[in-house]
Design a protein around this ligand. Sequence first.
Ligand SMILES: *Cc1c(COP(=O)(O)O)cnc(C)c1O
Length: 468
Amino acid sequence: MRYLSTRGEAAQLAFDDVLLAGLATDGGLYAPFAYPHVAPKDIAALAGVPYADAAARLIAPFLTEEASRAALPAQTAAAYTSFRHRAIAPLTQIADNLFVLELFHGPTLAFKDLAMQLLGRMMNDVLEKRNLRATIVGATSGDTGAAAIEAFRGLPRVDVFILYPHGRVSDVQRRQMTTVADENVHTIALQGTFDDAQNILKRLFRNQTFRERVCLAGVNSINWARVVAQMVYYFTSGVALGAPHRHVSFAVPTGNFGDVLAGYIAKHMGLPIERLIVATNANDILARALATGRYEPRGVTQTQSPSMDIQLSSNFERLFFDACARDHAAVRAAFASLDQSGAFEIPAPALSAIRAEFDAMSVGEAETTDEIARSWRDAGYVLDPHTATGVRAARARLAQDPATPVIALSTAHPAKFPEAIERAIGHRPRLPDALAAKLEGPERFTVLENDEARVAAFISERARAAAA
Ligand SMILES: *Cc1c(COP(=O)(O)O)cnc(C)c1O
């Protein structure tokens, strides 16, 4: 498999190069030339297969080189040993035809571990093979940073710099990043929002001098390898509920659109998915875009689900690319308009292509709290506030179509958001002991103003790849 940029003006690359590059040099995102097809009998054969083995089977066709395919089973096996649940991504039923897919059993208690633990191993192996060092710079609204730090801490060939919006991530999220003592880990508290952090990151990637100087590699949710790693649990959970013989729908708490895009990829690989339901919080750009056809970011509102407090859903560009029948010029025009006038119109055929597969629903703060209380009352199950938006959207779907099971992706452990849970059900969930102990250490972070040059200088001074 080879990869092309959505904007059509960057070099076509092999998987290993896409893995290191993150964003394409033309500002676009890498997409595979085609989605590999998984035959119904091969989907059925995933039943009972350990998660790491299923991951190796499903991801292999996306790799370009035979040597990378040969290394994959060992990488997936290593990636999932740090998980606290044997099933890695277990399903729990909380109502008729309503299932929660628990994606929070990894080291940072959020779903990002599922992709990041694998990405760390894959990147390390590529760098070893090429005898290179790399600098990882990520922007996080909370969970990506911690997951990246856990995946890359202590690796000799990589330095990690994580930008997070100062004062806008939860206590647990911040401590997960700042109490890590490894010297290759650097946390930057940016005086701005997550979108500011993401914008700086995008500009750093477009700054060719900086990019080469520090051997910049990206691990944000735009990294294709992350999307591919997330595709796996759509298959394993679908199979657990009877795929390929039965259709399922998925409700996905969404911010940057990476997780739900992975569902779309799974569907295009052959998994029988009925609907993909995008659940947003009050930051509802995706729900508005699907309803009106106009993609228009507004100011970011802080909510109790901070990892979804995003207005620019970067991965949406990959869906838009497909929906426009892979017309690079249409993608360039849309994103130029977004840069210049702050919005673009989704062409009518593209909008109907998107609506044919996706529903979207914005879930407000009161409804989120109400959903946490309801699932606790009805099923004795505690949802984190991100997951609650997905479960709410899943219930709305079931009211329309009670016959098709809906799997709501649970993206974080409730103990990461104790205030929100206490507000809803009157008590705080407990952090797993191993994590609680880890968060006790002293915090290390640097506050920087919202300024690209300042951030670039900070990184250049500290990245070991720049010293060579
Ligand atoms: C990152 C994150 C999301 C949003 O996922 P995207 O891939 O950005 O859409 C939702 N919930 C939690 C807990 C997250 O960490």
